[in-house]
Design a protein around this ligand. Structure first.
Ligand SMILES: Nc1ncnc2c1ncn2[C@@H]1O[C@H](COP(=O)(O)OP(=O)(O)OP(=O)(O)O)[C@@H](O)[C@H]1O
Ligand SMILES: [Mg+2]
Length: 140
């Protein structure tokens, strides 16, 4: 196992998944990558007009912030990770990245930021398990 990707949306379950991926990477001598996907938002028609470039910049800097915080969290445990900002539909984009980066494993939390108590598996984790060509580790 040489490369492990952890998908981080800033939620506690995703950080938990990243920590576990970091432990595995350390034990196996693998590289760890943290990825966040900026998902395009759909605005109601009456939303005030905002230049698309501003929206994209805000999403990009949010992604960088999420990844920076996760990387700092892992560094406290002595784990170094590279970071990757991606754009698109979350599960599809993560599956494509897992393939493009030729990772051996992708780790996700079972839930994320949209956590609704009764949902056992979030839609991104669920979809990723269905479509990802690489092994997916769903962390509870
Ligand atoms: N935009 C994203 N970028 C990176 N990883 C993500 C993103 N969204 C979700 N994930 C990953 O998927 C895991 C599960 O999150 P998911 O979005 O499936 O659940 P949820 O937010 O609780 O539910 P839902 O999004 O269906 O309302 C997260 O812990 C994280 O690892
Ligand atoms: Mg979610």
């Amino acid at each position: 196992m040489k490369r492990i990707l952890a998908a981080v949306d800033g939620s506690e379950p995703s950080l938990h998944a990243a920590r576990l991926a970091g432990d595995l990477a350390t034990k196996l001598g693998a590289q760890l990558m943290l990825a966040h996907v900026c998902v395009p938002m759909v605005y109601p028609a009456e939303t005030a007009w905002v230049p698309i470039a501003d929206v994209e910049r805000a999403a990009e800097s949010h992604a960088e912030e999420v990844l920076k915080r996760a990387a700092a969290e892992l560094r406290k445990q002595g784990i170094e990770a590279s970071t990757l900002v991606l754009h698109g539909a979350a599960a599809e984009t993560l599956a494509d990245a897992a393939k493009a980066e030729d990772v051996d494993l992708i780790a996700v939390g079972s839930r994320g930021r949209g956590a609704v108590a009764r949902v056992l598996l979030g839609s991104v984790a669920d979809r990723l398990v269905h479509i990802c060509p690489k092994p997916v580790l769903v962390v509870r």
